[in-house]
Design a protein around this ligand. Structure first.
Ligand code: SAM
Length: 257
């Protein structure tokens, strides 16, 4: 999978791409990351990529021509299918694990990082296929948001995580939060690891983890349970442990007019 990141601050992205799982995925050729310096596509000696807004007002706006040239330089550069161009923007769709999963099915993403007041609207209208927001807050630029996308999509690609199924059981892979985790020592500051996890009995461990996951979701993110469905054997377990009624209460609540 190819990630091209268009930015005026290329150095900002060096470190995250050169550590841990992203570094390993790059070295193994599972992902290719190209940092595209937008200033290389400016058409004046000062390499200006922004200008004052028409109509006046605060701040600067990123000019459309360098952005368009940068994107065109990467489209089909490798002879592959057309890349999907994503603008990082607080006005975009809210990014989540489902969208990460969809993007993991693409071959080539061009991530465009805004700065200042954002990008000229005509670039957005003419070149951008999707706009993604990390949440309802304002970052100084799109670079950190682009890195979040590279990171969260890469770990979903086949073979990237050491253990093949660990992404399948993460929080949000279903509409559930993952169960709490424990490691050595068995007792830490008077808190013991739950007995079930020490039992060595696989079925007992899985049951404990499933129930703990549902309980944690009920406690912290009941909204997720509204759209989760459970298998007959899971429902049986939830009933047995008094959780099914609580889940049903959430699922039965219809919005009031
Ligand atoms: N003036 C813009 C507005 O009010 O919508 C905000 C511009 S922001 C200071 C500069 C750039 O940071 C944006 O163009 C975008 O690329 C990036 N950015 C800021 N907040 C973001 C968010 N929540 N998600 C994704 N990108 C964001």
């Amino acid at each position: 999978m190819i990630f091209d990141i268009v930015t005026i601050f290329p150095d900002l992205l060096d470190s995250p791409l050169n550590e841990g799982i992203l570094r390993r995925a790059r070295l193994k050729g599972q992902i290719t990351t190209n940092i595209i310096n937008l200033r290389d596509f400016a058409d004046d000696p000062q390499t200006m990529t922004d200008d004052r807004p028409f109509g006046g007002g605060e701040g600067m706006v990123m000019k459309p021509e360098p952005l368009a040239r940068a994107v065109k330089s990467q489209q089909n550069a490798d002879g592959s299918t057309q890349a999907k161009v994503i603008l990082l923007s607080p006005q975009g769709r809210s990014y989540n694990q489902k969208i990460a999963g969809e993007l993991a099915g693409e071959q080539h993403l061009i991530l465009v990082c805004g700065r200042y007041e954002g990008v000229d609207e005509r670039f957005r209208a003419g070149y951008v296929h999707d706009e993604l927001s990390l949440g309802d807050y304002i970052l100084t630029g799109g670079e950190l948001a682009a890195m979040v996308i590279v990171d969260s999509v890469t770990r979903l690609l086949p073979g990237v995580l050491g253990c093949s199924d660990s992404a399948d059981k993460d929080t949000f892979s279903r509409n559930l939060l993952k169960h709490p985790q424990y490691t050595r020592p068995r007792v830490f500051e008077d808190q013991a690891v739950p007995e079930e996890l020490l039992s060595g009995n696989h079925e007992q461990i899985e049951t404990y983890r499933f129930l703990a996951s549902v309980q944690r979701t009920l406690d912290r993110r009941p909204d997720l349970l509204k759209i989760e469905s459970f298998s007959p054997s899971e429902i049986k377990l939830l009933r047995k442990h008094g959780l099914y009624e609580k889940v049903q209460m959430i699922q039965d609540v219809t919005p009031k007019r």
